[in-house]
Design a protein around this ligand. Structure first.
Ligand SMILES: [Zn+2]
Length: 73
C-alpha cells in the first residue's frame, strides 16, 4: 500500500540546502531552486522543448563566474 501523502518527485531533497538541479550549485534565493536565471531558463526550455534549446543571448548575468552548463572534463 502507498499511503504516502508526498507523491512528489523529490521527497528526500532538503529545502534547507537546495542545489541547482541544472549545475548542482547552491541555489539562489532569487532563482530557487536554481542558482541563476540562466539555469532557470535551461530548465524551462527543457520543459517546453524537451531538450536544450537556449537562444544565444549576450545577456550578462552579473555573477562574474564562469558558467558551465555541462562538465567539460
Ligand atoms: Zn545552476
Amino acid at each position: 500500500m502507498s499511503d504516502d501523502a508526498a507523491s512528489g518527485r523529490d521527497k528526500d531533497t532538503a529545502r534547507a540546502n537546495a542545489t541547482c538541479p541544472i549545475c548542482q550549485r547552491a541555489a539562489s534565493t532569487d532563482y530557487r531552486p536554481f542558482c541563476c536565471k540562466r539555469c532557470a531558463d535551461v530548465d524551462l526550455a527543457r520543459w517546453l522543448g524537451g531538450r536544450y534549446a537556449i537562444p544565444a543571448s549576450t545577456e550578462e548575468d552579473g555573477d562574474g563566474e564562469d558558467y558551465a552548463p555541462q562538465p567539460r572534463e
